[in-house]
Design a protein around this ligand. Sequence first.
Ligand code: SAH
Length: 457
Amino acid sequence: MPHEHSSCEKKLEILSYLPELTGKTAVHFIGNDKCFTKELAKLASKLIAVVNDSPAEPEKENSIEFITSELNKLDLGVESVDFIYCNSLLTNLDDNEVQDLFRKSIQWLKIGGAVFFKESCRQSETENTGSEKLRDAEVYEAFYSSVTAQCDSDSFYGFDLILSKSIDSCSEKNNDSNEMIWLIEKVKKDNSQNHGFKSFKEFLDNQQYSSRGILLYEKIFGRTFVSTGGIETTKEFVALLDLQKGQKVLDVGGGIGGGAFYMAKTFGVKVTSVDLSSNMTQIGLARAKEVGCGSDEVVFEIADATKREYPAASYDVVYSRDVILHIPDKLSLFKKFFKFLKPGGKVLISDYCCSPDEHSEKFKTYVKQRGYNLLSPAAYGKVLEEAGFVNVRAEDRTQQFADILKVEIARTESIKDEFIAEFNEDGYKYIVDGWKEKLGRVELGDQRWGLFYAEKP
Ligand code: SAH
């Protein structure tokens, strides 16, 4: 029975996205999704199952507490639960009801608690029919990310994204809808964080990685790439991995997909490209169509690499190109890579680095304005070792970086008219001047570039 097969696969897939629920209190808004109650009850210590109308004969289960209530009258109590699960519920609510549910959920959840929701989203410009309301995925994002609750005079609670993606096991997708899942976390924030944005994700999407910013970068790095050397360095560095057909690769901060497409197409590996920027992911999905890369080859996830969990020993390679400069706590991240990798698994990273010496004021200002967190290549290698990796190679590739910058500048100057026609004079200046400044910082000695290779024993 193909249908049963796929629904079982889907269930396993959904379970794989849930956070650890041992010792936790979970809530299930049952709606018409009865089959998941038992699954959740197995995972959580306590399950509160919310039903609309009282069932004729409520099932008696020790760890399940059934509550009969209409959604808008429900009150679970402040900071009383760890996890809220809804499946195909929000499509049946109007916009106000959805926003209201997010507002209440942030009250009901403990700090660090999470909401998981799975909904069909609108895929194309189709009109809604029937009682289900298919929304664009961006609408859900706008709803949850605008919710805040006051904590004290200078801090507040809000939701941060852990993961959002299309469900893989629904490849028999129809053209009008797309099944998506979200996992969002209640966090405490204050206005001094995230450069004045509500979340780091909003900072990325609105500042350095606006859609226009990404396309400008792509123009100088080369189609599908947003990192040093584009396809050239990708070929050189991927060759160090000895990839074998069928292996699984996690591309951390995969951007618009260039590295993932190259690895999947050339070596037959299956790549998960995880990136926190929605703009990057949207452009990446368009580029996947362009290069003919299906979701059986490259899967895109919008997720925070510092929070997303994968099963232990599930990847052969973790690959990350010019991303980790954005992440302060590198040790915790590398410990996660260590966990996700199979024994013998490999890590390959390129990243912006700095000299170990005192830096110029100009360099400090640049790093601060970008929100980067840089280490010297040697210190970076030490962090990989501290995370448990062996055969760590930490190479200072600053000379190669400078040579590439010069090639990229010359190439861009040679297509000046085309560049200006596609963007405009300002865009061209932003890129070429930016690159010349970058070269200046490198020549001064402050800015470095590193290549890192490591293995899990
Ligand atoms: N690796 C790609 C893109 C590099 S640009 C390439 O080589 O072309 C850096 C990327 O890191 C951006 O797409 C940015 O959104 C992503 N990023 C930054 N912080 C992240 C985080 N915490 N989790 C996931 N991606 C992140």
